[in-house]
Design a protein around this ligand. Structure first.
Ligand code: PHE
Length: 359
């Protein structure tokens, strides 16, 4: 029996040394040490031997078992190393290669201006909120105090989507104002948010594209008033355009979801075809705003007898054109690389109030 065992040991160790892959190595392990393996088989026969022989054969079997297991472990780690080295070799990245020129991207002016807007308002303790591009009719209009037959619905040149049968009719949101309602419904005052994002209206010329960007602002607490709204917008405009004492004009206006409502213009000049913010006697409209209408608060689940606040909505592409002197809005969305190279921003220059907001 000992002879048989020794020859099995030799065969097994030889096989292990010659094996080239992990699967085959495991087959050998099962063949020798598994439940039905050769060495296990001898172990089972020990009971039939007389005591002396049993001890001798038993000890030898244990030694062989340990030797085979050790050989398997060693071979296994050799094979694993070899596999790892092979992978490292084939997946090698040459870090000394210079980047390919065509992979150099730049930040689109709209993204840059969104980052600038967020940097400024976050410094003023606003949080960022978001809503979906596809809204239902109720959130985009009804909840904002724009009933079914209201003329404002036509003014918005809405893109309607096919109805799914349940809930309101889906629309591409025509403004970021539905985020006001969404946010009110899920939170308690005090509320202090801005909501930047894409908006859609069926309109296209030098200053309109069917998809454009807005940022909504909403502040609700027990005391927020028109003076706060004006101060907040002034601080924003001065930080954004980096000019002190920008002339601002607050014109009475009308929005169904605010009362009173104001449109805000900033003073500028167009001398020699160049637009300058903060000087001269021309005016440019940049946003709509007002005190949130009690019906809107109610629709957002907020008690208008206790809370009040203000909201504003600003065209992001618009103020990007003003700040960076970009003449045609449509060019924003042409995906023309030459345009992007000219007006784009360096990818790692994140705008902050302390680090600077412009190029
Ligand atoms: N939603 C309005 C628009 O798109 C702007 C606005 C927002 C006005 C909030 C007042 C308050 O024109």
């Amino acid at each position: 029996m000992l002879e048989q065992i020794t020859s099995i040991k030799e065969d097994t160790l030889e096989a292990i040394a010659g094996i080239g892959d992990l699967k085959a190595l495991d087959d050998i392990r099962v063949g020798a040490l598994g439940k039905k393996g050769a060495i296990t088989g001898f172990m089972k026969q020990l009971g039939g031997l007389d005591p002396d022989e049993r001890r001798e054969v038993g000890q030898e079997l244990n030694r062989i078992k340990d030797a085979v297991q050790a050989a398997i472990d060693t071979r296994k780690s050799e094979l694993e190393w070899a596999a790892l080295n092979e992978r490292l070799e084939t997946e090698r990245v040459d870090v000394s290669l210079p980047p390919r020129p065509e992979t150099q991207g730049s930040i689109h002016p709209v993204s840059q201006v969104m980052d600038e807007i967020m940097a400024i308002f976050c410094e003023m303790d606003f949080a960022i909120a978001e809503g979906p591009d596809i809204e239902d009719d109720w959130l985009n209009f009804g909840a904002l105090n724009i009933p079914d037959e209201h003329p404002a619905r036509q003014e918005h040149d809405t893109f309607y989507l096919p109805s799914s049968g349940e809930g309101g009719r889906p629309v591409l949101r025509t403004h970021t104002s539905p985020v006001q309602i969404r946010h009110m419904m899920k939170s308690e005052p005090p509320i202090r948010i801005i909501a930047p994002g894409r908006t859609y209206r069926s309109d296209s010329d030098m200053t309109h594209t069917p998809m454009f960007h807005q940022v909504e602002g909403l502040v609700i607490d027990e005391t927020a008033h028109l003076g706060h709204l004006k101060g907040c917008l002034r601080d924003f405009v001065e930080a954004f355009f980096q000019v002190d004492n920008v002339p601002m004009r607050f014109r009475p206006s009308y929005f169904p979801f605010t009362a009173p409502s104001m449109e805000v213009d900033i003073g500028c000049s167009f001398e020699g075809g160049e637009l300058k913010i903060g000087a001269g006697d021309d005016w440019l409209e940049i946003l709509g705003s007002g005190m949130v209408h009690p019906n809107v608060l109610r629709n957002g689940g907020i008690d208008p007898d206790r809370y009040q606040g203000f909201a504003f909505g600003m065209g992001i592409d618009r103020i990007a054109m003003l700040k960076y002197g970009i003449p045609d809005l449509r060019s924003f969305f042409d995906a023309d690389l030459r345009w992007l190279r000219h007006y784009g921003f360096r990818a790692l220059d994140l705008p902050t109030l302390h680090g600077g907001l412009a190029r």
